[in-house]
Design a protein around this ligand. Structure first.
Ligand SMILES: Cc1ncc(C[n+]2csc(CCOP(=O)(O)OP(=O)(O)O)c2C)c(N)n1
Ligand code: SF4
Length: 532
């Protein structure tokens, strides 16, 4: 691989490059904006990258590979870490052997997410060291650092990125020679270290806290923070992309830029704050740094509550520094998004609207069924929640209303978080039955047409095992399973839904028609595969 290069890269591409340079043996993840391109790029660079059914499985596969001394990278969007939280909280106890770097791509401002959670809190709650790059160069460098730290302390490391860092492009100077070489795969038994029964987990928790104390000392002495000289009447403490905004908003100010934001270099912060007349913490999202610094009894100023919401920019940082809490101008209303003309989801939502259904929905392109012209989706909580929420509505509503409830879920979302909901539907069926529609458009459309276990192709579009939804539903004991292309006979599709609703049984309808935007690409892929 070429060494010592300069190229224009997004933060996501820079992480992928660092992973290749460091010999990461396995990249595992689940698509989600703004993280998706990391694994796609890693694969294009020749790395082994895999889409898992969901983020929890992605992390677990990486944990196993890391126990075998492989270097691993796990990628997901911020809400994905909620799904992966169970193993996330215990793997710091077991420790790792090969590096385990978990990328959490947060979405302040919710450009494409259902919430604005700030995943820096996860680092503290789970006891996982965290690095926060500001731009693509740092994304490259801190990804390499994360691998070193992970192997030195045998802990997973969180690389916390945000939308601007993931997607903005800047020049990256990379050098494959900077990365240490990975060791060979191997396995050693360590039952006491890896089997987290209470007797082993108690000492493991103490080991973790001791490692974190060491890392805090290391961060203090030689961590990736830097002080920028300036006019000491104003000092700014910052991290991530907020640092770049602050630098531009107040170029004359003295600055302390943090690279590792858990555990924090609190003595460095204290010294810096003492040396300036006014010390302001500039950070996007929650007052994470502010609370931690104040808890250490360092007097610093934060931002007014109104700036917790949405992304920061240079103008907003100027207002924070000026203690300006005047209302901000609302962004001009854009054109509301709509399903593509000819999108197969349109037929389904048309039928559900005509039938007056109460639709428990989910996350994907089809979430647009909630907007005009259909306004036919009434709930959206989390990936996979369509089924559980729909069942809950059926359990609680009076019978005539309960009979109108339908759950609607996309194919990728069904695999991600819907299968256990289907098990619940069989195990605790409502008295009125239930109707589940799986919108099988043969792709993960919303995040950019990724493969998933229902397509029968891997991340790099090679043939693999396929999960067949109707077979799964029948095997679980669903008495009524229908597979239809809703676009072939829209009135017939509507009649089918009506029949299912009237049946009082638990029913699964697989509405199978390829996403219009994916059709050409899938045809090409299939042509290549069958030509082999
Ligand atoms: C926990 C979590 N992981 C990832 C995402 C990002 N995401 C939103 S919808 C979606 C899948 C959409 O695919 P599908 O269900 O097939 O519906 P389509 O967009 O194809 O209609 C993904 C990956 C998310 N919102 N939450
Ligand atoms: S990308 Fe595909 S699934 Fe999404 S709205 Fe367009 S046609 Fe429908």
């Amino acid at each position: 691989m070429a060494e010592n290069r300069r190229e224009l890269l997004s933060g996501n591409e820079a992480v992928a490059l660092a992973a290749r340079h460091a010999g990461v043996a396995l990249g595992s993840g689940y698509p989600g904006t703004p993280s998706t391109e990391i694994l796609e790029r890693f694969s294009a660079l020749g790395g082994r990258a895999q889409w898992a059914p969901n983020e929890k499985v992605a992390l677990e596969v990486a944990i196993g590979a890391s126990y075998a001394h492989a270097r691993t990278l796990v990628t997901m969007k911020h809400v994905g870490l909620n799904v992966a939280a169970d193993p996330l909280f215990t793997v710091p106890y077991t420790g790792v052997s090969g590096a385990l770097v978990i990328v959490s791509a947060d979405d302040p401002g919710m450009a494409s997410s259902q919430n604005e959670q700030d995943n820096r809190h996860y680092a503290v709650a789970a006891g996982v060291p965290m690095l926060e790059p500001s731009d693509s160069q740092e994304a490259y460098e801190l990804a390499l650092r994360a691998i070193e730290i992970s192997e030195r302390w045998r802990l997973p490391v969180l690389l916390r990125m945000t939308t601007r860092v993931c997607h903005s492009k800047s020049i990256v100077r990379s050098d494959a020679a900077l990365a240490s070489a990975p060791g060979p795969p191997s396995y050693e038994r360590d039952i006491a270290g890896r089997v987290m029964i209470p007797a082993n987990a108690r000492p493991a928790h103490r080991r973790l806290r001791a490692k974190l104390a060491q890392i805090a000392e290391w961060n203090e002495a030689s961590g990736p923070h830097r002080e920028i000289e300036g006019d000491r009447s104003l000092g700014i403490i910052s991290s991530g992309v907020a640092f770049l905004h602050a630098r531009e908003a107040a170029p004359e100010a003295a600055m302390l830029k943090l690279g590792m934001t858990y555990p924090l270099p609190l003595e460095t912060i204290r010294r810096f704050a003492r040396g300036v007349a006014r010390c302001v913490v500039i950070e996007e999202g929650d007052p994470y740094l502010l609370d931690a610094i104040r808890a250490a009894d360092v007097a610093v100023e934060g931002k007014p509550e109104m700036y917790r919401f949405g992304e920061l920019n240079v103008g907003r940082v100027k207002k924070i520094l000026a203690r300006d809490e005047s209302p901000e101008e609302a962004a001009p209303p854009g054109k509301p998004p709509e399903l593509c003309p000819g999108c197969p989801h349109r037929i389904v939502f048309g039928a559900l609207r005509n039938l007056g259904c109460i639709v428990s929905g989910d996350i994907g392109c089809y979430s647009l069924g909630a907007l005009p012209p259909f306004e036919a989706m009434e709930t959206l909580v989390a990936m996979g929640a369509a089924i559980g929420v729909g069942l809950g509505l059926r359990h609680a509503l009076p019978e005539t209303e309960a009979r109108r409830v339908v759950s609607v879920i996309g194919d990728s979302t069904f695999v991600h978080g819907g299968i256990t909901g289907l098990v619940e539907m069989i195990y605790n069926p409502p008295k009125t039955g239930h109707v589940l529609i799986i919108l099988d458009n043969g792709t993960t459309a919303m995040t950019g047409l990724q493969e998933h276990p229902g397509t029968g192709r891997t991340l790099d579009h090679q043939r693999t095992g396929r999960v067949v939804f109707e077979d799964l539903a029948r095997a679980l004991g669903v008495p009524r399973v229908h597979v239809v292309d809703p676009t072939l006979d829209p009135p017939g599709f509507e009649r089918l839904v009506a029949e299912c609703l009237a049946s009082g049984e638990v029913c699964v309808i697989v509405a199978r028609r390829t996403c219009l935007l994916a059709t050409g690409k899938i045809k090409e892929i299939e042509k290549c595969l069958s030509a082999r």
